[in-house]
Design a protein around this ligand. Structure first.
Ligand code: ATP
Length: 682
């Protein structure tokens, strides 16, 4: 936010439109009322700026603004939409009602043009952006959307358009340069770009988005300081610009930014749109007057109704024609948003504001139809295009992913590894936890003897070893995986790589970390507590422990792939592990478990691991009996009494690996078909 109190200045200037490009071309087609001085060439522009400290806005223009490239003679509509409506069912108690979120919205965006979608909270801005970008989930979407004159083909549309989400979901520990470099390796095809060309493309984007100065800073987040919010937003935009999209969607790119950073972001987007002839649609909540006037055209929405669609410079005149004159000292965008907002103060003000919004929506429909009948604007009703295929769709229709699978996999492994090894909290918690627990457990059972009392201690220590391969592996893995899954969903929406490459990379990076920390733990425990320490027994125990670690990692991946809600994951995973431990073989004898629940042991990796570890430790052992009542003289007796010899050590190890394979496979299925949003395409 501004540190100084903003000094408002409104100035009604007779000025030429500085916007140029397709916006101008369409300005005449928007057919706005032209009362008095509001002619198209000398539009009366209300310029109210809350950021210029009282100086005329022109003083803030760059001294030598580069001349905008001349608009193409016949600007091509990159995207057209007609009669777009969206309804959702809402449930209050037992009553389900239908709510119209968008009502018959029509429009188009041309190459090189930047259009802002403006409205108060809940107006339908994001819904419209999502509908146009093919990211609507649930509800009923009707109407027609054409991309380069033909229905959208999801595959090619994903590749040729880009979407920058409101939240900048990125790997927070990578630097700006690394973020763009990995994105270039994943998104740009090796068959079209050499490594040097990809690096050059990254360098160009860094330069274009003025990010060279921070290219070696980490992205960061709310917890870890990194680049500023405006810079992070520009990195998000840069990532999407790598592929030179034809169409860019930006959801609230200025939210959370101060007015200066917001202006920088909008100016850069506009510059790139002009240079690359890219069509841009951007939702924006409350733009300053200066930002408002930067856009080529604005779509004003209220309660899902179109209130205005045309150049911002002509909006003041249009609303004045309806009897809503923007006060001289007010930011027009603020004024329009106030006009379009429901006033919930009391019943009367609510009814009045509802009537005003309906009136404005109706006026715009009438205004449009007058313009259409006068031949001033093209009828936006789209001709029937059944069977038409856009020239842009055809080459991409059967498009295979950009790079070979192994390149995607390897790039993702390297990126994950870099990100994970910089995640000191995760690494330290893994290693420190293993070290600390091995010391505590080792000394708790220090130097086990071979008497009958040591039987209980051996049963206990082996169970603790098993426990240590569950919670301490599953919870941190799940936590990191859930964050990365969201990044994957964003990147997958832009068809960046295959799900299989992502999933295989996750298994490849998480497993070694679990195994190393597991090794630290088990070596410490074996040495200090003096469990049977022959090389064969130790390596078998380590092998079993490693198998259980793999099960834990794959289980975390499965849960993380199944649940959508992070909080649910942190309840479900521990609940399942607790059941494993209850039926693991130590707390209740498996042979006496009630038959209704006895089957649980067959799907319980803790039971298999514990059984294998017990057999490995106790086979061949002899115990010295003392004067106490109960006495086991051999390890085999203990295994028999505890009913832990159902499967051999190798049988248990095999069942553990089978468990891991099932979890891993299920995780993939869930990731592919459950977590993935089901977008509605029209
Ligand atoms: N799938 C849905 N189910 C229920 N309500 C929905 C759904 N999608 C959108 N809405 C409702 O439609 C309205 C418009 O939502 P949208 O997110 O498009 O608003 P917005 O203009 O982007 O608001 P904001 O600026 O606050 O993000 C909101 O009231 C929202 O709750």
């Amino acid at each position: 936010m501004e540190s100084e109190a903003p000094q408002l200045q409104c100035d009604v200037q007779a000025g030429t439109r500085a916007l140029g490009g397709p916006g101008d071309a369409t300005a005449t087609t928007s057919g706005l009322p032209s009362p008095g001085a509001h002619t198209s060439d000398a539009a009366s522009i209300s310029v109210c700026d809350d950021t210029n400290n009282g100086r005329p806005l022109a003083a803030f223009a760059s001294p030598d603004p580069p001349p905008p490239p001349p608009p193409p003679a016949h600007p091509e509509a990159v995207l057209q939409w007609d009669g777009l409506s969206y309804e959702v069912d809402t449930k209050v108690g037992r009553t389900t009602s239908t709510r119209a979120v968008l009502n018959h919205i029509s429009g188009e965006v041309h190459a090189g043009e930047v259009i802002a979608i403006i409205g108060s909270s809940g107006a339908g801005k994001t819904t419209l952006l999502n509908a146009l970008s093919g990211r609507i989930v649930g509800g009923r979407l009707t109407g027609q959307i054409l991309f380069h004159g033909a229905p959208r083909d999801p595959g090619s549309f994903k590749r040729l358009s880009a979407y920058v989400q409101q939240d900048d979901i990125m790997h927070t520990r990578l630097t700006v340069h690394e973020t763009l470099s990995y994105a270039s390796r994943l998104r740009l095809s090796d068959t079209q770009y050499t490594a040097a060309q990809k690096s050059q493309r990254v360098a160009d984007i860094l330069k274009k988005l003025r990010l060279e100065g921070v290219q070696h800073s980490q992205i960061g987040n709310a917890k870890t300081r990194g680049v500023s919010g405006g810079e992070r937003k520009r990195v998000s935009i840069g990532t999407e610009l790598l592929t030179s999209p034809k169409l860019l969607f930006l959801d609230e790119p200025t939210s959370g930014l101060d007015s200066n950073s917001s202006q920088v972001v909008v100016d850069l987007v506009k510059e790139v749109a002009r240079e690359q002839q890219m069509a841009v649609l951007v939702t924006i909540h409350q733009p300053s007057a200066r930002i408002f006037n930067t856009f080529d055209r604005a779509i004003l929405l209220s309660q899902g109704h179109l209130i205005y669609f045309g150049p911002p410079t002509e909006a003041v005149g249009y609303f004045a024609g309806l009897g809503y004159q923007c006060p001289v000292l007010e930011n027009p965008a603020d004024y329009f948003i106030d006009l379009m907002t429901l006033d919930h103060h009391d019943g009367q003000t609510l009814a009045a504001s509802q009537a005003r919004i309906s009136g404005m929506a109706h006026s715009f429909i009438q205004h449009r139809s007058k313009q259409v009948s006068a031949g001033l604007v093209k009828d936006r009703r789209l001709a029937s295009v059944a069977g038409t295929v856009s020239e842009y769709s055809e080459p991409y229709r059967d498009m295979t992913p950009r790079n070979m699978w192994y390149i995607e996999f390897w790039t993702l492994v390297r990126r994950d590894w870099l990100n994970l090894t910089r995640n000191m909290e995760f690494l330290v918690s893994q290693v420190f936890q293993s070290l600390a627990t091995s010391l505590i457990v080792g000394f708790m059972f220090f130097y086990l003897k071979h008497d009958s009392i040591s039987v209980q201690n051996r049963l206990g220590i082996l169970y603790i070893i098993v426990i240590n391969a569950t919670f301490p592996v599953i919870m941190p893995t799940l936590n990191v995986y859930l964050q990365e899954r969201d990044i994957m969903l964003r990147e997958r929406a832009a068809a960046t790589y295959r799900v299989t490459a992502f999933y295989a990379a996750k298994g490849t990076t998480f497993t070694p970390i679990a195994l190393v920390s597991g090794a630290v733990f088990i070596i410490g425990v074996y040495f200090i507590s003096h469990l049977v320490f022959t090389a064969g027994k130790f390596f078998i125990a380590f092998g079993i422990y490693a198998c259980l670690n793999v099960v834990a990692v794959t289980f975390a991946l499965m849960v993380g792939s199944y649940i959508r809600n992070v909080d649910v994951g942190f309840v479900v995973a521990p609940a399942i592990v607790t059941i494993w431990l209850l039926f693991g073989g130590l707390l209740a004898n498996p042979s006496t478990t009630t038959p209704v629940l006895r089957w649980l042991r067959w799907i319980n990796p803790v039971y298999y691991a514990y059984s294998a570890l017990l057999q490995n430790e106790l086979h061949g052992m002899a115990f010295e009996c003392d004067t106490l009542g109960q006495c086991y003289t051999t390890g085999e007796q203990v295994i028999g009494v505890y009913s832990m010899g159902r499967f051999s050590i190798w049988g248990n190890a095999l069942l553990l690996l089978l468990n891991a394979a099932v979890y891993y496979a299920l995780g993939y299925v869930f990731l592919r078909w459950k977590v993935k949003p089901r977008y509605i395409w029209i």
